[in-house]
Design a protein around this ligand. Structure first.
Ligand code: PLP
Length: 452
């Protein structure tokens, strides 16, 4: 452990993993992180959580935060509105989400999704359909760690200890979801779930249009999305797209769902909206969803202390301005495919890599047993940690997700650079990802060998 690393033994924090010596990060500029022990790490995952889409140290955003902090940093939605949140709602709709009509700001992705759940329910209750509460979603997803959104995720490894708190919701199993090139199998599975629940009891279909951590860069085929839209029409449920990670340009369009063959009823977004300069997320809905509440109870009296506060919303305005002025969404759209190709080429010889995929700057690789190139690695191998550690040793920050624990979905590695990363930096990221996974594969082979 370096002198600046923090471990469970030396820190007063309640750490995520008490056995891990977390290095301390002291400062950052662009896509470079400066660690306390002097190392300079290439940030290939926008802060590690696909958040810092403008890179670190953006002067315009910092100045906007300082200015708003001096004028008014906080006010409470229960009593007041404020100019930054009014302007951000209007500009977000105008610039990025013209099909949406209303916005509620929250702090993080889990809060946005919890708010969306309540909005879905309020919509149906206010229309006199109280029996609609079931929410269908793909099991292989991540919608946040709060109990409401966690119930929409069907990954055994994440749910295990919390099951008693989670409401029973129908999930599309990964078997029918993830390896279905025609989309037909997923639609048949969706129909079976709708039948089982009774389609008139279903409130919404909730999904990531392009998966983030759960299966980085994965999106089902267009036939699935068309079929989903047909079923919405037929059965009257809503579609909510969780764009906490994929929104704000990450996949090369303002929202990944812009490229789907339907308009979402509700979109949630976060991460890139505050870009790591303030905790900020949002729930957007169509006029139809809003009108149901307006004509019904006239209420959506749900919220959190920091919702729509002026300081984070001023940051959101500055982030939006940077994205627009720098034409950064178009940049991601243009630079994404060559980046994916480069990653593909670099990882092509690795037995452990089953698939490389992605959209825009949301790319991923799936890691399996190098001995057969197929089977998910055992959970207790701790691949997630190994990838992060070997990445830092190779000078790159990556995100990794552990195997779903369902025997089907394997470990995943995500590459999600800032939209402002230069071509040279992108190339260096790919090279370091390659070096990292080579080192991981060697270690995996050794560990598996020791077991057999
Ligand atoms: N939804 C998606 C798609 C995410 O990727 C995440 C976080 O990784 C969340 C929701 C939860 O967001 P937060 O960690 O800000 O609560």
């Amino acid at each position: 452990m370096s002198a600046t690393a923090v471990s469970g033994e030396t820190s007063k924090l309640l750490p995520r993993h008490s056995g891990f010596a977390y290095p301390s990060v002291e400062s950052a500029d662009g896509v470079w992180l400066n660690l306390g022990d002097g190392r300079r790490i290439l940030d290939a995952c926008s802060g590690g959580s696909m958040t810092t889409c403008l890179g670190h140290g953006n002067e315009a955003v910092i100045a906007a935060a300082a200015e708003q902090g001096r004028a008014l940093s906080y006010s409470y939605n229960h009593h007041f509105t404020n100019e930054p949140q009014e302007r951000l709602a209007a500009e977000l709709i105008e610039r990025a989400a013209p099909a949406m009509a209303r916005v509620r700001f929250t702090c993080g992705g889990s809060e946005a999704n919890e708010t969306a759940l309540r909005l879905i329910r309020a919509y149906h209750v206010d229309r006199g359909e109280e029996q609609r509460w079931r929410i269908v979603s793909p099991a292989q997803a991540y919608h946040g760690s709060l109990i409401g959104p966690l119930a929409l995720c069907g990954r055994p490894a994440l749910r295990r200890d919390w099951d008693p708190y989670l409401s029973p919701q129908p999930h599309l199993s990964p078997g029918a979801w993830h390896r279905d090139p025609s989309g037909g199998e997923s639609l048949a599975a969706l129909d079976a779930l709708l039948d089982e629940a009774g389609p008139g009891n279903v409130a919404a279909y909730f999904c990531e249009p392009v998966s983030a951590a759960a299966a980085p860069g994965f999106s089902p085929p267009v036939r699935f999305w068309e079929g989903l839209a047909e079923r919405r029409e037929r059965h009257g449920f809503l579609i909510c797209c969780d764009e906490v990670a994929s929104g704000m340009g990450r996949t090369g369009s303002w929202f990944a769902s812009d490229r789907l063959p339907f308009v979402s009823d509700i979109i949630t977004t976060g991460k890139g909206l505050g870009a790591g300069y303030a905790p900020l997320s949002a729930v957007l809905c169509t006029e139809e969803v809003y009108a149901a509440l307006d004509r019904g109870s006239g209420e959506f009296d749900h919220g959190h202390t920091w919702d729509g506060a002026p300081l984070p919303c001023a940051v959101g305005l500055a982030v939006l301005a940077e994205l627009v002025d720098g034409d950064l969404v178009a940049r991601v759209d243009a630079a994404g495919p060559p980046l994916l190709e480069r990653l593909h080429e670099r990882l092509t010889d690795q037995a452990m890599v089953r698939e490389v995929r992605g959209k825009g700057f949301l790319l991923g690789a799936e890691l399996v047993d190098p001995r057969d190139g197929e089977t998910p690695l055992p959970e207790d191998l701790g691949l997630e940690r190994l990838v992060v550690e070997r990445g830092l040793a190779a000078g790159v920050l990556l995100a990794a997700t552990s195997t779903a624990g369902d025997g089907f979905v394997a470990d995943q590695v995500a590459l999600a650079p800032a939209f402002t990363a230069s071509e040279d930096e992108l190339e260096a990221m790919v090279e370091r990802v390659g070096e990292t996974l080579e080192a991981v594969e060697l270690e995996v082979v050794a560990r598996l060998g020791a077991r057999s």
